[in-house]
Design a protein around this ligand. Structure first.
Ligand code: ADP
Length: 500
């Protein structure tokens, strides 16, 4: 290990908070500080963040975790961030020209619908791995270029949040992003690994305003010594889900992780060739020159919040465990939490939530259990779609010499706030039929960023070295017979069909 410079500083800029975690040279967290982020809702379906607030919060978090320590101890900075959220700033003044448009913002919906109508979705999906949805950056940037006064004639820069933090940390010396963030813009071609000229033309984006795309484990410049007290190199950058996948050491094709926070994001490593989903999942770049198929569920932990804040049947999220444990079987009870429509693989923005199969003896415990069950069934939806994609890819690979042959899904590595709930983890194993592995460190997003930076700084030798550090807290083994699992799942599919 590098004698003096023995720490790593990870900045995790999320949707609802900004945090910094200081890790030691083995990847153990030492100190952490978080600042909540103000959500701005200017119109129905619009969500914005103040870029100045984000930068100040990142700086405060970094300074707080470094407090009292010599910043010269820090070998490198790693950055991970909420993906797709987009902003533009003036290169001369460094000032943002508008609030950042957040990934949840739907203002590009009409534009996406119009492009779909022109039959452009399949071609765009082949290039970018994504679907035509306002979730991704392109229509956000298009909106900014159209509505920000003078944007066309000024020397401006576009960036996702990683680029914005890099720009500020380096005091405007570096305008760059990494491959994982670029792969969420709808402007970046997964095969050429470059901005796509035809997509830039389609969305009216001048190439000159785009950041340079670098590998996630790369040199993103040096933090100005005036900011943190030392010139610290930025050596790792990745979008939050890809960082979590790295932190979970999902390095082999078939390795799959699922993060249960507000929503749920599952990524399966598909190896070195660009995958193509035939089941309405996304293809995306990983932080280690590999690709993944990704599925997202909008409502996971958010359903637990809803039980607490709107229904008032629990006083705290952890209470959901005790209630679910004592629930009666209540066969046929299903909770479909389609509060904001359904994500992958349904992509149905019009669907709305429902509780089906209510009987006289259903009480709050049964409803809480049905809500947790729903997160498990939705995970199975994603895993089944992934399996179908991998099977198709396997058939293709046997036809193409040299292509990666995918093995079947191994155990599911889980993280995020919900996995503190043992009952939920066991139920997830029972209802998906896959072993569920919960690691000791569940802050995998920040850990992934720290690992990327640590590899660059030489604190870790290789991905193998990192994989060896992954430590199991507990494995949950499926205990439900397949026949019963499939019967329950058939009931879920029927419930979903009734809300669409
Ligand atoms: P995010 O990063 O999206 O803010 P976190 O990873 O911090 O989310 O997870 C918080 C979510 O996990 C909340 O939605 C909360 O309802 C849920 N949660 C936290 N603890 C538990 C628990 N013991 N059982 C079930 N859900 C939980």
């Amino acid at each position: 290990m590098n004698g003096r410079k023995s720490c790593l500083l990870a900045i995790d800029q999320g949707t609802t908070s900004t945090r910094a975690i200081l890790f030691d040279g083995t990847g153990s967290p030492l100190r952490s500080h978080a600042v909540p982020l103000r959500q701005i809702y200017p119109a129905n379906g619009w969500v914005e963040h103040d870029p100045g607030e984000i930068w100040q919060a990142a700086l405060t978090c970094c300074r707080t975790v470094l407090g009292g320590r010599d910043a010269g101890d820090v070998a490198a900075i790693g950055i991970t961030n909420q993906r797709e959220t987009s902003l533009v700033w003036d290169k001369a003044s460094g000032k943002p020209l508008h609030n950042a448009i957040v990934w949840q913002d739907r203002r590009g919906a009409q534009r996406c619908a119009a492009l779909k109508k022109r039959g452009l979705e399949a071609g765009i999906a082949r290039k970018t791995g994504l679907l035509l949805d306002p979730y991704f950056s392109a229509t956000k940037l298009e909106w900014l270029l159209k509505h920000v006064k003078g944007a066309k004639n000024r020397n401006i820069a576009f960036g996702t949040i990683d680029s914005w933090l890099i720009w500020n940390l380096t005091k405007g010396k570096v305008h760059a992003t990494d491959v994982t963030n670029a792969s969420r813009t709808l402007l970046w071609n997964l095969k050429t690994r470059d901005w796509d000229a035809r997509l830039l033309k389609l969305f009216g984006v001048p190439r000159a305003i785009l950041p340079e795309v670098r590998e996630s484990r790369g040199d993103f410049g040096t933090a100005d010594p005036m900011l943190l007290g030392a010139a610290i190199p930025i050596l790792g950058v990745a979008g939050d889900q890809q960082a979590a996948s790295f932190g979970q050491a999902c390095f082999a094709p078939g390795d799959v992780k699922s993060t249960y926070g507000t929503g749920c994001f599952a990524l399966v490593n598909t190896g070195k060739t660009v995958p193509r989903s035939r089941n309405r999942l996304l293809a995306t770049a990983l932080a280690q020159k590999q690709y993944a198929i990704e599925g997202s569920i909008f409502i996971a932990g958010a359903v637990v919040q809803w039980l607490r804040d709107e229904l008032g049947v629990i006083a705290s999220a952890p209470e959901s465990q005790a209630l679910a444990k004592r629930a009666k079987p209540a066969d046929g009870l299903y909770f479909v939490p389609a509060f904001t429509g359904l994500g992958a693989p349904y992509w149905d923005p019009a669907a709305r939530g429902a509780i089906l199969g209510l009987t006289r003896d259903v009480g709050k415990a049964e409803i809480v259990r049905a809500a947790l069950d729903a997160v498990c069934y939705q995970t199975r939806d994603l895993l089944d779609a992934m399996r179908r994609d991998m099977k198709a890819a396997g058939r293709g690979a046997s036809a193409r010499a040299g292509a990666t042959k995918l093995k079947s899904l191994r155990a599911l590595k889980v993280d995020g706030g919900m996995v503190a709930n043992d009952w939920f983890c066991q139920r997830l194993a029972d209802l998906t039929g896959l072993g569920v592995d919960r690691p000791k460190v569940t802050e995998t997003t920040a850990l992934g960023a720290a690992y990327l930076a640590g590899l660059g700084a030489g604190l870790f030798k290789s991905e193998k070295d990192i994989a060896a550090r992954w430590a199991l807290d507990r494995r949950f083994v499926p205990a439900l017979a397949k026949k019963e699992r499939d019967r329950l799942y058939a009931g879920w599919k029927a419930a979903v069909s009734r809300v669409r």
